[in-house]
Write a protein that binds this ligand. Structure first.
Ligand SMILES: [Fe+2]
Ligand SMILES: [Fe+2]
Length: 312
């Protein structure tokens, strides 16, 4: 893939070994390690059950409420969110999950369940992760990606709810490394700090790939749709994604850049700068509308991330 078509390196055996081959070897090695890890974070069961139900039948409030109620902690936090004044101003408090589901509507419940359950799938304390900043960023990107999918031109055919899911999970690959392969995460951080390079660059130097690719592996294991797996795997290099996930990868990439530039949380990648006008135009958002739209996206991203991080 394009990411690996760079300069060449030497090895001691036969003279020249392609840098692309070397990167590819490192990537195969880390992917094998991830596959062989038997302690990968488990898929959030309420979310999986909810998605299965939504795919197979016409959604009914009572059935959705029953699924959500299976996880008392998620149900309680959804009630907290519903009762937060920022969310639904001026209504009576409710402590009935069925009523809360009816008030929120199916899509909003699904968004909340996915955010709350994905956050809970990972430990709150990890060596090189600021938990709140990380999830502020991820939930912010989810909200931003969803709005971008709504605003982008129809030919891109990115489903806003898939954009939300991919945005939410786009950086989980780094959490996986921190929880399951801490020696590798340590090595990357040492290189990043020691050589003053962005963590993303150190990841590619040491693993031949980045946290997007690792996150894609986890999402495959979690039976997420191929478009979402691809969109997450290539969110730092959308042009290299397979066709079926390229639009989603481009949207997540933009949402990521907008949240990085607007300082909505921080996932610790050490990169900076917002999206370019040409990147925005590529998904059908004209330059004249960029700044206004970015303000809207940022406002939605901030609101969503604050509500959910506080509910957690
Ligand atoms: Fe990332
Ligand atoms: Fe990110």
């Amino acid at each position: 893939m394009a990411r690996y078509n760079e300069c060449r390196v030497r090895d001691g055996r036969d003279g020249v070994l392609g840098a692309a081959e070397e990167q590819s070897r490192k990537r195969r090695k880390i992917r094998r390690k991830v596959r062989e890890t038997d302690s990968l974070p488990a898929a959030p069961s309420v979310l999986m059950e909810l998605d299965q139900m939504l795919e197979s039948s016409h959604p009914r409030i009572a059935t959705i409420a029953a699924i959500v109620a299976k996880d008392a902690s998620i149900a309680a936090r959804i009630l907290n969110v519903v009762n937060a004044s920022e969310y639904f101003d001026g209504h009576e408090e409710t402590w009935d999950i069925r009523q809360a589901v009816a008030m929120l509507g199916v899509e909003e419940v699904r968004r909340l369940v996915s955010a709350l359950s994905v956050v809970s799938a990972f430990p709150t304390t990890l060596d090189h992760v600021d938990y709140r900043d990380f999830w502020r960023h991820s939930i912010g990107v989810a909200g931003a990606a969803r709005l971008l999918a709504v605003y982008s031109y129809s030919g891109l055919a990115v489903d806003p709810e898939e954009a939300y899911t991919a945005g939410l999970m786009h950086d989980v690959g780094w959490l996986l490394l921190e929880c399951c392969l801490p020696d590798i995460a340590d090595g990357i951080m040492r290189m990043s700090l020691g050589e003053s390079m962005p963590r993303l660059k150190a990841e590619r130097a040491l693993m031949g790939t980045d946290h997007g690719d690792i996150g894609g592996m986890l999402l495959e294991r979690w039976h997420q749709r191929p478009e979402i797996v691809e969109g997450v795997a290539w969110h730092h290099d959308p042009g290299s994604a397979e066709k079926h996930g390229r639009g989603l990868a481009a949207i997540v990439h933009l949402g990521d850049r907008i949240c990085i530039a607007g300082r909505v949380g921080d996932s610790g990648e050490g990169i900076s700068g917002g999206p370019s006008a040409s990147e925005m135009e590529a998904v059908g958002i004209p330059v004249s509308k960029c700044s206004r739209m970015m303000e809207n996206v940022l406002e939605a991203a901030r609101k969503m991330s604050e509500i959910i991080v506080h509910a957690g």
